[in-house]
Design a binder for this molecule. Structure first.
Ligand SMILES: NC(=O)c1ccc[n+]([C@@H]2O[C@H](COP(=O)([O-])OP(=O)(O)OC[C@H]3O[C@@H](n4cnc5c(N)ncnc54)[C@H](O)[C@@H]3O)[C@@H](O)[C@H]2O)c1
Ligand SMILES: [Zn+2]
Ligand SMILES: [Zn+2]
Length: 405
């Protein structure tokens, strides 16, 4: 592949196959789209792998407020095959993991150095940093796709392609190739498995970071993790690295408990329909309650369970995300009287340029057995099937493999 043409799978030059969400609540459509060349400060990435994260399902099902039409996916890795003007890093040929949050740099959170909390990340506008879109249906001219604020701007005299399409979190990883802000494309060490690099782009960083960075779990602590998808299992792996003395893994699906043991859980609980019984089992296993409980599902009842299971001085770390607008309740007196804490953790407090290469190095030296999380490799066409399986609680992490065929 040359830096100037994208012809994956024999596609027309400049076109790639991508998963497009035309409107929330409807199936993702796999279609050929025109992909613009990278502009200043942008790079093109030939995608090798994209994880299917439950956040993609929240978006697909309309549980969050996201604009359409949009190319989906936010957990990806690939090879840089073209760089726009002024880009020093990454370089052509480098393997990069993609960050779904490029900080704005000027808000209060960014100025405090808490880039993971940036509420105004340009990534959340699902466009390049200058407001352009890079995908289009290609009915118009041969130039760059879209411009300005008009979501549905058609072809114009400047050669802009018709019908621009947004890029989820400005990275749109569920496409054979994507053009992304250079700041979102973080080089990882040679030899990193591309699928592991993809997972570092979301679930690994989210879960490991929740333990090591958000909660800063001290060695010897007891830890519970509720929900054992890619995010929860990454919390388990993080707890191993933190030196937790006890790691209790909780899920409804027995197969997930087995994987949790493989990556370091010391105990498991098969959750039934009664959260009170799960809380009791947690207390029994951890001398009155785990010092840290990580909720990695995003359900109001398991959030309440995480808080209710805490011992004196314990900490609940909320990692899972509910549909917008949902509320959980807790009893105030024991929370205050027992100096218990509730922490929210976005993106594992990630500083991607520092954390991605570090986590990748840990996959290489065996400290993060990310390969154990990946139990299904699929093609782009299988995305809706993957969503259906995720709804049923099947598979720990499904990964789109762009060489799959
Ligand atoms: N905080 C962040 O920055 C961040 C980043 C990524 C994902 N997330 C969120 O984390 C959550 C988990 O993501 P994932 O991709 O790992 O999801 P997943 O669907 O792969 O895993 C969820 C797990 O929870 C289990 N589960 C469901 N209901 C349960 C119950 N009542 N009791 C016990 N177990 C139950 C399922 O069997 C499954 O194993 C999602 O809400 C996602 O949006 C948050
Ligand atoms: Zn995710
Ligand atoms: Zn900011």
């Amino acid at each position: 592949m040359t830096p100037t043409s994208v012809q994956a799978g024999g596609r027309r030059a400049g076109f790639v196959r991508a998963a497009v969400l035309e409107s929330v609540g409807s199936p993702a459509v796999i279609t050929e789209l025109r992909l613009a060349a990278p502009g200043p400060g942008e790079v093109r990435v030939r995608m090798l792998a994209s994880g299917v994260c439950h956040s993609d399902l929240h978006v697909r099902d309309g549980e969050w407020d996201r604009p359409t039409p949009i190319v989906m996916g936010h957990e990806g890795a690939g090879i840089v095959d073209a760089v726009g003007p002024g880009v020093g890093s990454p370089r052509v040929g480098q393997l990069v993991a993609l960050s779904w949050l490029v900080p704005c740099g000027v808000c209060r959170a960014c100025r405090r150095g808490q880039v993971w909390a940036c509420p105004d990340s340009p990534s959340f506008r699902h466009r390049m940093l200058d407001g352009r879109t890079v995908f289009s249906r290609g009915a118009g001219g041969a130039g760059r796709a879209g411009s300005g604020a008009d979501e549905r701007g058609g072809a114009d005299e400047g050669g802009l392609a018709a019908d621009p399409i947004l890029s989820y979190c400005a990275i749109a990883t569920m496409a054979e190739a994507s053009v992304v802000p250079a700041a979102a494309a973080i080089p990882v060490p040679d030899g990193t498995d591309p699928a592991a690099a993809a997972l570092i782009g979301c679930c690994v960083t989210t879960g490991v970071g929740a333990v090591l960075k958000t909660a800063q779990v001290p060695a010897g602590s007891s830890v519970a993790v509720i929900g054992l998808g890619g995010v929860g299992l990454s919390c388990v792996m993080g707890a191993v690295i933190a030196g937790a003395s006890r790691i209790v893994a909780v899920d409804r699906v027995p197969a997930k408990l087995a994987v949790a043991r493989e990556v370091g859980a010391t105990d498991t609980i098969e959750a039934g329909d009664d959260p009170a019984r799960t809380a009791e089992a947690l207390r029994d296993l951890t001398d009155g309650g785990p010092d840290f409980v990580f909720e990695a599902i995003g359900r109001t009842d398991t959030v309440e369970l995480a808080i209710a299971a805490l011992p004196l001085g314990g900490t609940a770390v909320l990692v899972g995300m509910t549909p917008l607008g949902q509320r959980s309740a807790f009893e105030v007196y024991p929370l205050v009287d027992g100096s218990r804490r509730i922490l929210g953790s976005n993106y594992g407090f990630a500083e991607p340029a520092i954390d991605f290469p570090r986590y990748a190095a840990w996959t290489l030296d065996g400290r993060l057995p990310v390969d154990r999380l990946i139990d299904r490799r699929i093609g782009l066409d299988d995305l809706e099937d993957a969503f259906a399986a995720m709804r049923r609680g099947e598979y720990t992490r499904q990964v789109i493999d762009f060489d799959h065929g």
